[in-house]
Write a protein that binds this ligand. Structure first.
Ligand SMILES: NC(=O)c1ccc[n+]([C@@H]2O[C@H](COP(=O)([O-])OP(=O)(O)OC[C@H]3O[C@@H](n4cnc5c(N)ncnc54)[C@H](OP(=O)(O)O)[C@@H]3O)[C@@H](O)[C@H]2O)c1
Length: 395
């Protein structure tokens, strides 16, 4: 029987994973090792009881009493704190879903890979902050990373049976997010609720805002470079408002392989769960005659500075991805809390990168988790200072 763990079980990807496991036979079909979450401890305990997990872990120490209470009488162990989340990855599991949001997902993913688990990777921040470290850890233990981001799952599927050296380009599709059709001069006053109104995908709050700003796509460009080993100039981004083509691979003979499907995360999650087989999945089937038209447009870099910044980050590589992501997470926090405007987010990230470049060598290779986390921390501190200054001078 396959053993599984889910990191970030209470989130959007985690819930979809849980739903597919239940549909695929539930507790009798899998042995559940660890489930982790953040503040939603009642839901975490409910999932742990349903899947008969060995341990449930909350990332927050202050949530432990509530988690213990919710698990009372179940025989399921409870633990709390970032260290306990990472330690849960030391418990052997065949298949591990990495669906924590943000850089906090890196440490448990690395540990699961060091133990040889197959890592279903939704946490794109892991590849952005520490791509080379992640791949080296997997190579050392013989572990496999299966991409769960819909774009990277699409590319992975388009590459099945192909030689990577025959790839000319990878074309990432982007919906353009909630503010895609706004006049550019109106973006400065976009509210959180407006940026959250994604036209196609139902996702967690943070990634939905990142879709509107295209920071999500910027992270995915870096993720593509790290995971597939192509050069930055082989990666293109195209806006495709319908979100039906999840990405494309262009080969040197001119052929382009596209992956199409309904915008539903259960496809890439289910693909990673069933891989190397294809199981039946409860996703809507495409009606191409009804769809009739698929449209595309080039992204405007003035509207989406994140797409320009990710090119600078890839040119530096090393620790620049950790700085970029750390600064982005802080800028996003400040926007979500109403302290800075929508367009200030890219300003904060750009200024953080330029300040950190003067303070340290961002091009140094990310050799250890500690290097990555130290850079992440410094980027957060500087981004916080810059965001506070912007908030104070905001008109
Ligand atoms: N949602 C999507 O459709 C989608 C698509 C592609 C890729 N992804 C990627 O998948 C990851 C998860 O996204 P999501 O949308 O599912 O996020 P989400 O709904 O916000 O869920 C995040 C999960 O992580 C937990 N968490 C939050 N902060 C944590 C911390 N500091 N330490 C440990 N756990 C923490 C949350 O716990 P609580 O909720 O209990 O607090 C929750 O279980 C992200 O990297 C995202 O970019 C998501």
């Amino acid at each position: 029987m396959r053993s599984i763990s889910i990191f970030g079980a209470t989130g959007s990807v985690g819930e979809n994973t849980f739903g597919l496991l239940m549909r695929g036979g539930g507790p009798g079909a899998y042995r559940t090792v660890a489930l982790t979450g953040g503040r939603q401890v009642v839901r975490l305990a409910e999932m742990a009881r349903t899947l008969q997990a060995e341990v449930a872990v909350t990332a927050h120490d202050d949530c432990l009493p509530a988690l213990r209470e919710a698990l009372a009488g179940s025989g399921i162990a409870a633990a709390a704190g970032a260290h306990a989340v990472a330690e849960a990855a030391d418990r052997p599991a065949d298949w591990v879903m990495s669906a924590i949001v943000g850089a906090a997902g890196l440490a448990p993913g690395l540990r699961a890979l060091a133990h040889g688990a197959t890592l279903a990777l939704a946490n794109k921040e892991s590849l952005v902050t520490a791509g080379q470290l992640l791949l080296a850890t997997a190579a050392a233990s013989g572990a496999r990373i299966l991409p769960v981001d819909s774009e990277h799952s699409a590319i992975f599927q388009a590459l099945a049976g192909e030689d990577i050296t025959a790839v000319e380009r990878i074309i990432l599709t982007a919906s353009g997010g909630a503010l895609r059709d706004w006049p550019i001069e109106a973006l400065a006053r976009a509210t959180v609720d407006e940026a959250l109104a994604h036209p196609n995908w139902a996702m967690g709050r943070r990634i939905t805002i990142d879709s509107a700003s295209m920071f999500n796509k910027a992270l995915e460009v870096i993720e593509t470079r790290e995971y597939f080993g192509v050069t930055p100039d082989q990666i293109e981004v195209i806006i495709h408002p319908e979100s039906i083509i999840h990405s494309m691979v262009g080969f040197r003979d001119g052929a382009v392989m596209a992956h199409l499907g309904a915008p539903d995360m259960r496809h890439p999650i289910g693909y990673a769960l069933n891989w190397p087989d294809r199981g039946h999945l409860p996703v809507a089937r495409l009606d191409l005659a009804q769809l009739a038209t698929l449209t595309f447009r080039a992204p405007d870099l003035a509207r989406y500075p994140a797409l320009r910044l990710c090119r600078e980050v890839m040119a530096i590589r090393g620790l620049a991805g950790a700085a970029f992501n750390g600064a982005k997470e802080i800028a996003l926090d400040h926007f979500l809390e109403g302290r800075i405007g929508f367009q200030d987010m890219s300003g904060v990230v750009e200024e953080t990168l330029s300040r950190l470049s003067a303070e340290m060598c961002l091009g140094n290779a990310a050799l250890a988790l500690e290097d990555v986390m130290a850079t992440d921390h410094l980027a957060r501190v500087r981004a916080g200072e810059i965001a506070h200054h912007r908030a104070a001078t905001r008109t």
